[in-house]
Write a protein that binds this ligand. Structure first.
Ligand SMILES: [Mg+2]
Length: 250
């Protein structure tokens, strides 16, 4: 790739897709996800990107509706729950195979609840997946160790796949769905889109990198080194990303 990988995107907006993670990428990381917000100047830039580019999409670990609430910009497409659901014309659609796991997710969530409480964390029921948050635990390192020892085996016994995120543990159905397949789903039947960019800040975003042309890592002191290594461009924090997005309007 040339000196500036963004040139390919910037010079061909009518055939380019801009795909973005939400938390830690558009919204600064805060102690509790309910406190997250995307700054107004970022929303303004996103609105202008929607006008210029073939497609602008958000691919989030949040539920699709929650991601849409956080990024209230008309014209943006949403994939939630790491691709387990899509928001299409205002309606949430579960990816294939997810529906039959909903009962097991509820049961497993209830089973780990006391362990998570003991660790000082809490369980977020996201419908098609569960997220255990322990950022606010008194001792996040001890919380993670406790979860690893006692919650992860219960999740695995339920047939779910667990994965560590930033101060979080996710459990989801064992389906071949990730942020990469979510992006492919958003781009399916969009033959006008021939170039794509994805920006993210966490381990699950590496799956997104696998299916796009330009990979942008948003760096913080918690960013996994694998993400940085896989990136074409690295920016510092959500402020660095909005500055980069603004250059796509030049
Ligand atoms: Mg993120």
């Amino acid at each position: 790739m040339g000196a500036d990988p963004l040139t390919r995107i910037r010079t061909a907006p009518e055939i380019s897709a801009i795909l973005l993670d939400v938390d830690g990428t558009l919204a600064p990381i805060v102690p509790h996800p309910d406190l997250s917000a995307v700054p107004q100047d970022t929303l303004d830039v996103l609105g202008r990107l929607v006008e210029r580019y073939a497609l602008v999409g958000c691919v989030s670990g949040r539920s699709a509706l929650d991601a849409a609430r956080l990024v209230p910009v008309p014209g943006i497409h949403f994939a939630g729950n790491h691709g387990l659901e899509l928001l299409i014309d205002g309606t949430v659609q579960l990816a294939g195979g997810v529906e039959e796991w909903l009962g097991d997710l509820r049961t497993a969530g209830a089973a780990i609840e006391p362990i998570v409480a003991e660790a000082g964390g809490w369980v977020e029921d996201k419908g098609a997946s569960l997220t255990v948050h322990f950022r606010e635990a008194p001792d996040p390192v001890a919380a993670r160790a406790l979860l690893e020892l006692r919650a992860v085996p219960l999740l695995e016994a339920a047939g779910l796949v667990s994965r560590w995120g930033r101060m979080s543990l996710e459990a989801r159905p064992p389906l071949p769905i990730d942020k990469g397949s979510a992006i492919e789903e958003l781009l399916r039947e969009r033959r006008d889109v021939r170039r794509s960019l994805y920006a993210g800040d966490d381990r699950t975003d590496i799956d997104g990198f696998a299916v796009v042309d330009v990979k942008v890592a948003v760096r913080s002191d918690e960013t996994p080194v694998e993400l940085i290594k896989a990136a074409d461009v690295v920016v510092d924090g959500t402020e660095g990303l909005v500055a980069l997005l603004a250059t796509l309007l030049d």
